[in-house]
Design a protein around this ligand. Structure first.
Ligand code: SF4
Length: 305
């Protein structure tokens, strides 16, 4: 399937996330990544726009649809320790959603499913009898992934899935997630402040600032031809690229966002127009959208600065 971000349907911008791909959301703390994840999970309503999954606006789900939807979409959170009940054994933790949704009737079928899931996430059968506090951070995250997979979801929302782990363990978990995506055809919404993680995992990348997309494109475009000064600043802080401008100052409160371009208070390229006019998210080339009045020249300017 072709990725076609910025498609306009009935006057609304549409971002498709084809099955089996990863949409990476990147931004610093306070940029709205977790709020976006909550909206996709149905826990928060967007102030504008819709989240449509399988052709249905999730805000319009009735009770039955909401219950079924929870099966299709599962979260994997940053801190597996807080996500897993310390009083439950691992086999019960993974079994719990199976019992609630009654998709594997009978203890035997559920036990076989738990054993399969432990193996799928690279844990030995003996892990079933352990408690989360007897495991390492990486093992706990594997348990959280096994639990998320229990109901055969189609979409996983990965909210900073490795940021609480040691760097050496991070690569193992990311490789596991990629392997599971290939084997099971999973679709991921990946949320991370870390561009290296986003670059390793994503097909498509959206850069968020104060709850708005400021740039969207393929991973290759964002990493090698970003045009928004905020994207360039994120890349600079991740790679020490001397050609990219640093981002200074604090992110403003989303409750009182700056006028005009929301990034103008921190943008090294800001001009008068930026303080007055909101830049629309517009297409620069196929599969590349930028919300900056001066996107065509901004990269050139920063290189020559
Ligand atoms: Fe910077 Fe202006 Fe572009 Fe906003 S519109 S990112 S302030 S140059």
């Amino acid at each position: 399937e072709q990725i076609n971000p910025g498609n306009t349907v009935k006057g609304k911008l549409v971002f498709d996330v084809p099955a089996g791909t990863t949409f990476g959301l990147v931004g610093e703390s306070g940029s709205g990544k977790t709020t976006t994840a909550k909206m996709v999970m149905g826990a928060d309503e967007p102030t504008s726009g819709e989240i449509v999954i399988d052709g249905r606006d999730i805000a319009r789900h009735d009770k039955t649809e909401r219950f079924a939807f929870r099966r299709l979409l599962q979260p994997v959170l940053q801190d597996p320790y807080s996500a897993l009940s310390p009083r439950m054994r691992v086999d019960r933790i993974i079994d719990e959603p199976l019992r609630i949704h009654r998709v594997y009737p009978g203890k035997k079928a559920r036990a076989a499913r738990v054993a399969y899931l432990l193996d799928a996430v690279g844990l030995p059968p003996s892990a079933a009898q352990r408690y989360p506090n007897e495991m390492s951070g990486g093992q706990r995250q594997r348990v959280a992934i096994a639990r998320a997979l229990a109901l055969e979801p189609r979409l996983l929302v990965l909210d900073e899935p490795v940021s609480a782990l040691d760097v050496s363990i991070q690569a193992q978990i990311l490789n596991l997630l990629r392997d599971l995506q290939d084997r099971l055809g999973l679709t991921y919404l990946l949320i991370s402040h870390d561009l290296a993680v986003i670059g390793f995992m994503s097909t498509q990348v959206g850069v968020l600032y104060l709850g708005r997309f400021v740039e969207v494109g393929s991973k290759e475009t964002i990493l090698s031809d970003a045009r928004h000064p905020y994207s360039l600043a994120l890349i600079a802080s991740a790679s020490s690229d001397a050609n990219a401008p640093p981002v200074s100052g604090e992110i403003p409160s989303p409750l009182s966002p700056p006028s005009g371009c929301v990034f103008h208070t921190r943008c090294p390229s800001a001009r008068d127009r930026c303080r007055q006019e909101i830049p629309p998210l517009r297409q620069l080339k196929p599969n590349h959208l930028v919300a900056c009045h001066f996107a065509e020249t901004i990269r050139l300017e920063t290189k020559n600065a």
